[in-house]
Ligand binder design. Structure first.
Ligand code: G6P
Length: 608
């Protein structure tokens, strides 16, 4: 969360940074700001609200001339969104400006330390403490001042800093929060995330924990925490610039839903070889998979919901007990882990701090760590024993869609592979199950062509106050995601319930006109779902049922029916999620919501 950009080179920094920040607005968008080092020292502009406000008040950056600068789009943690709390923050002397992503946990203590030394503060942020600390330590040597400061900070941070005395230089340092350096020709960049860099360069350097980079237009020198120079590798990112553009779609979310078939193909095909699955697992020994006593799946948000479906897959194919835990809970739950435990970490960004800290906890307790990650080289990928990348490409909309779908297919592949290794899936079963997966993208293509029904349903029900999603088994796991998608972007209150559990409490909330979305694709429990639909209908609910094509029993009881192509119930979640994502999208569209940037949310959550 929070988008960070830095530029040093021969171009005007301000307009370039405003364009780059636009690509990072998904990381936070309650306020934004830029600081530029020009002939007259550091100039600053920052505003509450969307980036367009900052653009307008700086005349698209023209008001801040200079070729070195830092910029920020904020997701507030300490202090409400306001002009004064927006980043960059300027030091008392006016000589240092800084942007920050993360949380400085000991800021109260440091504030006192600085107050005792005569510093006063104008914002409510933890960030202002960092810039004043640098100011306090600064005696003409920026590297020394930043190092002294970093040694006093507790928490997660990535800091990008400019000094008025060194107008052609930037300094970047990080711990636990993401930061990449873009390597250009006679120009260099800092960014919190790759999409901001793609129009300029695809060569990047990732800073490690506590590493500090001193960057000018021609050189990037990286030091470790002890001041020793570190030789860094330049990585080449294969994402093309167009992948982070809307490409004619009104919203990134719709574009990313439409990209799902391709993303799934890219994730599945390279791993299928003559009827078998080959995963790029190099460090966890094969023998370890055969003797597992337990698997934890740990993740946040939608990635957690993928885990709930994945538990069904792994327990069916591999017959190992699976516990799915929210990363923010797992870490503090004193998890029972042995050397025969596998922890599967799922994350699109690879930077979610709750997930990263959970990974470290599992690792410290001796678990094998296998992660499913979309962003190559991200922190979670780096700290895992092995990584299975989802090849979804950059995902910009805050509400995840294509990353969710690729994670789902990745877990299906993993479950099958584990099943085969443990002798529970025969070669011929393997072939059948692989075929089911290979047929998936074409079926999703078909579903994407049938969006009209979902538009009509959204037009009819967008003013609903509460919507219930019900289902059983895998359909229940999917209901969790369908409901989350809807509330994230349309702000309609929604709950996901295991259909059989409704009668134990929640059914009291059903009243005439309440909308229930009943997921009925899980063939083994279809009859039971039909009964559950009848129960809510008897209390006045209106029911939209999602079922396999030709499910007459369901059609007979529901008010509306959304069909997905009939087939093996195992892959039904991958099909059903598409209409659910589109339903949420059209509901939000009908309500006039800001679909790609829903209120209060951020895509990559790098604070605990
Ligand atoms: C945020 C996003 C969610 C996402 C979750 C986990 O809350 O808004 O869409 O599912 O973080 O993100 P990750 O990058 O770890 O998958």
């Amino acid at each position: 969360m929070c988008g960070v950009i830095g530029y040093v080179g021969g171009k005007q920094a301000a307009p370039l940074m405003l364009d780059a920040l636009e690509k990072l607005e998904y990381r936070g968008y309650d306020s934004s700001g830029i600081a530029v080092c020009g002939a007259s020292g550091i100039q600053l502009a920052k505003r509450k609200g969307r980036l367009s406000v900052l653009r307008a008040c700086t005349h698209d950056g023209a008001d801040l001339p200079g070729c070195t600068g830092i910029g920020h789009t904020r997701w507030a943690t300490h202090g409400e969104p306001s002009d004064v709390n927006a980043h960059p923050h300027l030091s008392r002397s006016g000589k240092v400006a800084l942007v920050h992503n993360g949380i400085i946990e000991n800021y109260a203590e440091l504030r006192e330390f600085l107050a005792e030394r005569g510093y006063t503060f104008i914002s409510d942020t933890d960030t202002e403490i960092a810039v004043q600390l640098i100011d306090y330590f600064y005696r003409g040597d920026p590297v020394h001042a930043v190092r002294e400061t970093v040694n006093m900070l507790v928490g997660a941070f990535s800091l990008s800093i400019i000094f008025a005395d060194y107008p052609d230089r930037m300094i970047a340092v990080r711990k636990d929060s993401p930061l990449v350096i873009g390597v250009g020709e006679n120009e260099n960049f800092i960014a919190s995330d790759i999409p901001a860099l793609l129009t300029h360069t695809r060569d990047i350097i990732r800073l490690g924990e506590y590493e500090m980079a001193v960057i000018d237009a021609h050189n990037i020198v990286v030091f470790d925490r002890f001041g020793e120079k570190v030789k860094k590798e330049i990585q080449h990112v294969t994402w093309d610039a167009g992948a982070a553009e809307k490409g004619g779609y009104p919203h990134f979310m719709l574009k990313e839903i439409m990209e799902e078939p391709e993303a799934i193909r890219n994730t599945v095909h390279p791993r299928i070889h003559t009827g078998d699955i080959e995963l790029e697992i190099q460090h966890i020994p094969e023998a370890a998979f055969k003797t597992l006593d337990r698997i934890f799946i740990v993740a946040c948000g939608s990635a957690y919901h993928v885990g709930v479906v994945g538990k069904g897959y792994i327990e069916k194919f591999a017959r190992v007990p699976v516990t799915v835990e929210l990363a923010s809970e797992f870490r503090y739950n004193d998890p029972i882990i042995t050397t025969r435990t596998l922890t599967v970490i799922i994350s699109q960004s690879g930077e979610t701090i709750d997930t990263l800290l959970a990974l470290r906890e599992a690792k410290a307790r001796g678990s094998h760590i296998l992660s499913i990650v979309n962003v190559v080289g991200s922190s979670i990928a780096n700290e895992s024993e092995d990584v299975l990348y989802t090849w979804a490409g950059p995902e910009i909309a805050v509400a995840t869609t294509k990353a969710y779908s690729t994670q789902l297919t990745m877990l299906y592949l993993l479950a099958l592979k584990l099943g085969a290794l443990r002798g529970n899936v025969s070669p011929s079963e393997m072939e059948t199950y692989i075929k089911v997966l290979e047929d998936l993208p074409a079926k999703i293509d078909g579903l994407l062509g049938e969006r009209e029904l979902l538009q009509r349903l959204a037009a009819k029900y967008f003013s609903s106050k509460d919507i219930f999603f019900i289902g059983r088994n895998l359909d229940y796991a999917l209901a969790l995601e369908g409901s989350l998608k809807l509330k994230e972007i349309s702000y309609i209150h929604s709950e996901a319930y295991a259909a059989g559990e409704l009668k134990h409490g929640t059914i009291s909330l059903i009243e005439p006109g309440t909308l229930a979305v009943a997921l009925c694709t899980y063939a083994p429990l279809l009859d039971k779902m039909v009964s559950n639909i009848r129960e809510v209908k008897a209390r006045g609910a209106t029911v939209i049922a999602l079922c396999q094509a030709g499910a007459q029993d369901v059609a007979a009881v529901a008010d509306h029916v959304i069909e997905v192509p009939a087939g093996d119930w195992l892959v039904m979640p991958s099909l059903s999620i598409v209409p659910l994502q589109l339903f949420a999208y059209y509901m939000a569209l009908a309500k006039g919501c800001d679909i790609d940037k829903p209120r209060n949310l951020a895509k990559s959550v790098t604070v605990e």
